[in-house]
Design a protein around this ligand. Sequence first.
Ligand code: ADP
Length: 489
Amino acid sequence: YKSRTSSTSLWLKQAYIGGEWLDATSGATFEVRNPANMQVIGCVPDMTAVEAQKAIDVATRAFYASEWKLITARERSQLLKNWQILISQHCTELANIITAECGKPLTESLSEVAYGQSFVEWFAEEARRIDGQLIASSVSNQELIVVREPLGVAALITPWNFPMALVLRKAAAALAAGCTVVVKPDENTPLICLALAKLSQMACIPAGVFNVITTSGAPAIGELFCQSPLVCGISFTGSTEVGKLLFRESAGLLKRVSLELGGNAPFIVFESADIVEAVKGAMLSKFRNAGQTCVSANRFYIHSAVYEDFLKQLQAQVEALKIGSGHDKSVEIGPLINTAQLKRIEAFMKDAFSRHAKVICGGKRLQEIGELFYAPTIITDVDRTARIYREEIFGPVITMAKFDTEDEVVTRANSSRRGLAGYFYSQNLQEVFRVARRLEVGIVGVNVGLASQAEAPFGGIKESGIGREGGHYGIDEFTEIKYICLGGL
Ligand code: ADP
């Protein structure tokens, strides 16, 4: 596939509904800011349920009346491949948009583009393998056939921390399955989603198949998604609180809901671990996107025999991290996304200090760099009742604790209502198998600090979510199973 060479800018100011670029009916807009310096980098339409309804209607028409459900899987696959190629071709421009609105360092934004496009590539391939089954009947003259069909219109609500990859992880699976989508990106980071819409248009994905509405009023749109009978599925990534709200609101219509919510990942270093590798994994898991990832290591448990060694090496690397604007190529940590997030971290720290936590390094804002910068931090002696221990941190703070036995650490690791990711380092084969099976999480990283790939299922247990994205399981979220009993043969 050759892209039609285009000098079109990917910095867009309008929402994308039914193949058209639109303003809000009211003419209202809202500002998007760069968290590194708080400067306005764009204005996008502030849409309401009126435009969201329009998007649902055009997505419904595109699903039933037009090409999407009825074209062959091969054609859908080809269109997704076109999209993937265009995303790869525009990787630098896309990464710049991510860094500008989300704040993460440019190298991380480029990794996000690579990660995001890997889902489009994967689901373009999977689109051709959504097959059914023929089951042997216990009644003569009958064939039992199982087919998988697309749900219909899927509403996708995405957060700001991976503003591109999480749109693609959902949308590519939905489109591959034959669904059409309405995406509502986070109000902090709508620009990258509009850039993806532009590339979908250039890739010849038909009008109405991929729609984006921008709004600063998410609750009204969420409510419409839950209550509209035309929306057949909702896929959400974000806070546990909003996830539960959407789940409750969708119960009335028994809607298919897929939720990727917060985690509280344990990071365990056993006595047999390779400490150099464990420190490397800890840095990767903790400080990517300034700790603002749902799979980020939250609670560090280090075996007492290696505690001092691990802490010394970790501290040296934490203190060497370069902090600043993500557009500066040498920077390793950018700002937090907004004031609310900064206040949250400060409140967590205050609460931890009031319960006698000790600071090893960091533990304060870096106002001299900018409003939203927080120093990479290590704290110890964190009480188990502290909020920073019980809740998801979503910031560059490590809480460290010692342990002595496997039973003790597994019990502590599992003592959370969250169950998204968990990590541990060990070179003891039996221990690796035992602990991998005992951790109550959906994703286990053994001797790695970063486990997610397009080929593998991503998702949590307990209150971390419902369903899986990625892998061949990702398609299941957007398909229904139909059984056809063929008699009289
Ligand atoms: P965070 O606290 O990390 O920002 P949120 O759950 O608030 O996480 O945000 C994730 C996504 O959910 C964003 O797109 C946001 O606009 C959206 N959102 C927030 N509140 C609601 C709501 N009541 N209904 C639907 N979507 C919402």
